[in-house]
Design a protein around this ligand. Structure first.
Ligand code: ADP
Ligand code: MG
Length: 354
């Protein structure tokens, strides 16, 4: 096993810079998820760690060794892709053992490593099947088995579950996580799906436009997003954003565009008239407050365990999440409030957390 360290890593294609200086330390045995919208540079970063993509600037280390100029096969990594990239004419056992055969490892040793990986993945009764005789989930397991038998220092995953249907994806993400808990191999996992990131990661790296936005444990990002991008990207249903003006009368308030006021926490580094964005998670909005914001309910979504509804507030669509089955109806006026301590306050212009 090994740590992975990126120092000022850059990537450009011609004049187009797709990754700005990335600094990142991944600990030995850690499971780190790179997450961000399509095109933000996740795969490029992963492929640079794998050695499949040249580094334009900066340094990548696996353990203590600088690997910028080390060939992929000598980096002691194993990669699992979205397209399982299995050899169609080889059965499961041969697919899993193939890289070891290339390394001229003894047949009996290959068989025992394939056997042990197959047992771990529940594939032992499928060893003689061809890939086309397997389901999507089983194929993805073979792809993981192929990585496991190599006993690499680092696993690199690029959206490995994206080809599976929703239910299987939920199942497989738990499997990958359980596997990591057994093997404890340093893992870098790329996904565009923030729920996958939240459920699987020890630490998440949120990226946008080739720039790392924030690095932290899942709940750190959820509870203290560094900027509007992270605040909007992490969490489902997403955080509500209300543009407002800061007013310090008796206590600190955010004045919304329709003049309604929302009490803010004390001690914000703001002065009268400063423009801010107030972030409000749907589950932190309380219904039927005595003294609160008036809003009009537009759509109600009963989910059984919980209820989600959308209300118009100061011309904006606000999403509210409540446990149980509150009796709200479309067209109805409601009064909403939130604990000042649960609010997220951002500078309107920079989008940075205050
Ligand atoms: P992600 O995996 O986050 O969806 P990628 O790392 O694949 O994003 O791509 C990041 C950016 O780099 C994208 O804007 C993409 O168009 C660009 N890009 C990727 N490969 C090349 C290439 N070979 N030449 C030019 N631009 C590229
Ligand atoms: Mg990608």
């Amino acid at each position: 096993m090994a740590s992975v360290t990126l120092s000022k890593v850059r990537k450009n294609y011609g004049v187009v810079q797709v990754l700005q200086e990335v600094d990142l330390s991944i600990g030995d045995g850690e499971f780190v998820v790179l997450v961000g919208p399509s095109g933000c540079g996740k795969s490029t970063l992963l492929r640079m760690i794998a050695g499949l993509e040249e580094v334009s600037g900066g340094e990548i280390r696996i353990g203590e060794r600088v690997v910028n100029d080390v060939a992929p096969k000598d980096r002691d990594i194993a990669m699992v892709f979205q397209s399982y990239a299995l050899y169609p004419h080889m059965d499961v056992g041969k697919n899993m053992g193939f890289s070891l055969m290339l390394k001229k490892i003894e047949k009996s040793a290959i068989a025992s490593r394939v056997d042990s990986a197959a047992k771990r993945l529940g594939l032992n009764s499928y060893l003689e099947r061809l890939p086309r005789q397997l389901s999507g989930g089983q194929r993805q397991r073979v792809a993981m088995g192929r990585a496991i038998v190599r006993d690499p220092k680092v696993f690199l995953f690029d959206e490995p579950l994206s080809n599976l249907d929703a239910k299987l994806r939920v199942h497989m993400r738990a499997e990958v996580k359980a596997l990591h808990q057994q093997l404890r191999t340093t893992s870098v996992y790329v996904t565009h799906d923030q729920i996958e990131a939240m459920t699987m990661a020890d630490r998440i790296v949120v990226m946008n436009d080739g720039v790392v936005q924030q690095v932290g444990a899942p709940l750190e990002l959820y509870d203290r997003p560094a900027n509007l991008f992270v605040a909007g990207f992490i969490g489902s249903p997403g955080m509500n954003f209300l543009p407002a003006t800061f007013a310090k009368g008796g206590k600190a308030d955010a004045v919304l565009s329709d003049g309604q006021k929302l009490r803010l926490p004390d001690g914000l580094p703001l002065k009268d008239g400063d423009r801010i964005t107030v972030g409000l998670r749907p589950e932190h909005i309380k219904l039927d407050a005595e003294d609160g914001l008036r809003a009009e309910v537009e759509v109600v979504e009963p989910l059984g365990l919980s209820t989600q509804f959308y209300a118009k507030l100061a011309g904006l669509d606000l999403c509210v999440f409540a446990m149980g089955r509150p009796t709200v109806k479309p067209g109805e006026s409601v009064t909403l409030s939130a604990d000042p301590a649960a609010l997220h306050i951002f500078d309107l212009e920079s989008g940075n957390r205050l």
